[in-house]
Every structure is written in structure tokens, then in C-alpha cells.
Design a protein around this ligand. Structure first.
Ligand SMILES: Cc1cc2nc3c(=O)[nH]c(=O)nc-3n(C[C@H](O)[C@H](O)[C@H](O)COP(=O)(O)OP(=O)(O)OC[C@H]3O[C@@H](n4cnc5c(N)ncnc54)[C@H](O)[C@@H]3O)c2cc1C
Length: 394
């Protein structure tokens, strides 16, 4: 099998590569950790810069402020983007990667026109209110309730691990609107202005010393009923489609390959028993295993890409990308730290070794979260077993 780009696609790749080289500053690279950006203000600034270039939403139609790239151009862009050291933007993943396609599929014309352009330009930031203290892996167990009162829903309850809630202007959330049937049946999907009276937001510190997520409390919060997406009590299907988009966009394949390329570069520089580490057979064996696994991941990604090109929805197969991509990235990070020897203990970035992002301990710690957010790996495996391989539940 020969996989290569056409001449035009190569030209496109070179143009993207050059622009990123000239625009991804050291300041941005230094704030990128385990692929994500830690400084929210810098992240928003970079989002706006990409928007001005017309490249913040490669997969979305130009009509909405997206780039209107083909699936292949989108892949090339994502690959070059990850290799440039630019951060995976939470602002983009939540608003453009998840909510925009969802509103295009299930939202009213008014909702699309009101929300999508500002999401793409980065003027309005969004948070995702799914998880609750008793509803993580078992998401349908959620209990934050919304009761219809005239033209408003009244919302009471609590969300947890809500990324960016302290910075975002709006949040999409799942609420319980009926308790009479199966727990999946009484769920609805709401869009909520985070400045509404009755909302309290409390940031939570993570192992990396940063506060990437928050607890959000709702005390008799009024939400206009035109902010309901889809029909009342039919939010579970919408929620699942959104998760497929999250999993599709969660793990840019280029990021894993770029991280492995950095491991190789560093192994050329590190001296081991009088030779570059890269020449050590034990090390080469570990590298070869990861290299083959990265290629397998890349071709799996191509397979799902072909499905999208034929107009299908992402589907439960995206759970492969999420589970395998996250675990592969963690394995690359393990080898990265090993290569660095004593330098691998550094908590902060080390500039002298390539793109410093991937080897500092803080980056390694941050990568632990990849197998939790967007649905833990165990849950992805259950989806693969039951929905893709059609195995019995017991
Ligand atoms: C960095 C980060 C950012 C996040 N951002 C957001 C956000 O913006 N919005 C949001 O809504 N949520 C967010 N989350 C929450 C995330 O979606 C949940 O943490 C995740 O779904 C797991 O839920 P939980 O933490 O309640 O763990 P639990 O569901 O309690 O799971 C604990 C462990 O038990 C395992 N387990 C649970 N049930 C099963 C089962 N049936 N079979 C096998 N194993 C099982 C899990 O795999 C896991 O290992 C974020 C999490 C992280 C780490």
C-alpha cells in the first residue's frame, strides 16, 4: 500500500508548515504541556490569531467562519499543527470540535446563527457541563435537575471537572428533566449563560499546579426554554453524538508522532556508554515497537477518515482513537522521560532538548489525564466491545 499526497496537497502542506513555523512563538511552545495549553489568556489570543488567518476551524464550512478544508486537507493541517509545537486548544475542542457540529445537526436556525460565528471567532468561550459527582463514567446517572416554569427552566444541582468554567461565558450542559422512566430517557441538553444569577464557580487545582477545571453550582438558575437543543427528554442521543465528536478530535495523531520524533532527536544527543543512545540496541527495540504502533494508529485514523469522507457520522469507532491514542501518547511520554535520564526529573521545560514540551515531568504528569477525560479507557473498551464488535455485555 502506497499512501502519498498529491502535488496540490504537498503545496498546501508546505504553506501550512511555513506559516506555523513563522507564527508559533517560543512563548506559545513554552505554555504547551502534554499537547494542551495551560495559560488560558494565551490560548484565547492564539485562537484569535488562527481565526484571523482563517484556520481555526478547518473542518467547518466557510459560511460560518471556518476554513472549509477537505477531509485530507483537514488531516494535513492537523498533522502539521501538532508537529509545530502549537497547543491543542481547549477553546477549539469544546466550542468548535464538539458544540458546532452538534448545533449544525440538532440546533435550530436561530441557535446556529446566534452561537456558531462567535464560537469560531473566539469571542465567546464555552465549557462542557456533563460530569457530576455521581455521574462520570455512568453519565446517564446525572441528577442536576431542570424544571419547566413558564418560559424558563429552573436548574438546580452541581457539575464537576468542568474545564475552563472560570473563563468561559457559556456552558452546554446535560440536565435531568424526567425521573419516571429509564435514566437515559429523562435527559435534556441546555445552553446556559454562565453569568446567570444563581451560578457559583469554584476552580479546582490539579497535580500540575494549575487549575484546569472547576466545580459549578446551580441554585434556582433560570434558563430560557429557547436554549434547549433538540426535544425535551431526548438529550441522551444528542449527548452521545457530541461525545463521538469529542473522541474524534481528542487525539490528533500528528501529536503522538511528533512526540516520538522528539524522542528520536533527543536520543541522538544523549551519550550512552560512549555512543549516542539512538545506537543502543535495547533502546532501538523499544523505539521500533512504538514506531510500529504509531503507524498502526495513523492508518486506523485514515480508515475513520475515509468513513467521514463518505458523509457518515464519526460513530463508536472513534473510541479506538481516544483509547489507543491516549495510551500510545502516554507510552511515548514514558520513553521520553527515560531517554532524558536525570534531566527527566525536571518539573519545568528544558529548552536545550528539542521542543521542551514533551519531556519535563509536569508534561508527563499532565498526560495521565488523557485516559480519563472524554470517557476513561475502560469505558472506551466497553463501547468498542459492545457497539463495534457487537460482543454480548455479559
Ligand atoms: C483533565 C480533565 C478535564 C475534564 N474536563 C471535563 C469537562 O470539561 N466537562 C466534563 O463534563 N467533564 C470533564 N472531565 C471529567 C471526565 O469526563 C470524567 O473524569 C470521566 O468521565 C470519568 O468519570 P469520573 O471521574 O467520575 O470517574 P469514575 O466514573 O468514578 O471512574 C473511576 C474509575 O473506574 C472505572 N470505571 C467506572 N465505571 C466502569 C465500568 N462500568 N467498567 C469498567 N471500569 C469502570 C473508570 O474507567 C475509572 O478508571 C474532565 C476530566 C479530566 C481529568
Amino acid at each position: 500500500m502506497q499512501i502519498s499526497y498529491s502535488k496540490n496537497e504537498e503545496k498546501f502542506r508546505d504553506k501550512v508548515r511555513l506559516w506555523l513555523k513563522e507564527n508559533v512563538s517560543d512563548e506559545i511552545k513554552d505554555q504547551t504541556l502534554g499537547g494542551s495549553s495551560l495559560d488560558t489568556e494565551l490560548m484565547v489570543k492564539w485562537h484569535k490569531k488562527l481565526y484571523q488567518k482563517g484556520w481555526v476551524a478547518p473542518e467547518i464550512d466557510k459560511k460560518w467562519g471556518g476554513s472549509g478544508f477537505s477531509q485530507t486537507e483537514n488531516f494535513i493541517f492537523g498533522y502539521e499543527y501538532a508537529r509545530s509545537g502549537a497547543p491543542r486548544l481547549k477553546t477549539k475542542l469544546i466550542a468548535i470540535g464538539m458544540l458546532t457540529p452538534l448545533l449544525l445537526q440538532f440546533g435550530t436556525k436561530e441557535q446556529q446563527e446566534r452561537f456558531i460565528p462567535d464560537m469560531i471567532s473566539g469571542e465567546i468561550q464555552w465549557a462542557q457541563g456533563y460530569s457530576e459527582p455521581d455521574a462520570g463514567s455512568d453519565l446517564a446517572n446525572l441528577s442536576t435537575e431542570a424544571v419547566l416554569d413558564g418560559d424558563d427552566f429552573i436548574v438546580n444541582g452541581q457539575k464537576i471537572w468542568t474545564s475552563m468554567a472560570d473563563y468561559a461565558h457559556w456552558m452546554f450542559m446535560l440536565v435531568r428533566t424526567d425521573t419516571s422512566g429509564k435514566k437515559q430517557q429523562g435527559i435534556s441538553f441546555l445552553l446556559v449563560d454562565l453569568k446567570s444569577p444563581g451560578i457559583t464557580i469554584r476552580p479546582t487545582e490539579a497535580l500540575t499546579d494549575h487549575e484546569p477545571f472547576c466545580e459549578v453550582f446551580f441554585d434556582n438558575v433560570r434558563v430560557p426554554k429557547e436554549n434547549l437543543v433538540g426535544k425535551i427528554n431526548e438529550g441522551w442521543n444528542i449527548a452521545k453524538v457530541l461525545l463521538e465528536h469529542e473522541r474524534l478530535n481528542a487525539f490528533p495523531v500528528g501529536e503522538v508522532i511528533a512526540a516520538l520524533e522528539i524522542v528520536v532527536k533527543n536520543a541522538e544527543k544523549i551519550n550512552f556508554r560512549g555512543k549516542p543512545l539512538l545506537e543502543d540496541p535495547v533502546f532501538r527495540r523499544k523505539l521500533a515497537v512504538l514506531d510500529v504502533d504509531c503507524k498502526a494508529f495513523l492508518y486506523t485514523f485514515f480508515r475513520i477518515l475515509s468513513k467521514l469522507q463518505s458523509g457518515s457520522a464519526p460513530g463508536p469507532e472513534t473510541s479506538f482513537l481516544k483509547a489507543y491514542g491516549a495510551e500510545l501518547y502516554q507510552r511515548v511520554m514514558d520513553l521520553s522521560i527515560e531517554v532524558m535520564g536525570p534531566y527527566g526529573q525536571s518539573w519545568y521545560n528544558l529548552k536545550e532538548y528539542g521542543n521542551p514540551v514533551h519531556q519535563a515531568t509536569m508534561g508527563w504528569v499532565n498526560a495521565r489525564s488523557l485516559t480519563i477525560w472524554g470517557g476513561a479507557s475502560e469505558i472506551q473498551r466497553t463501547i468498542i466491545a459492545t457497539q463495534v464488535l457487537k460482543l454480548p455485555r455479559k
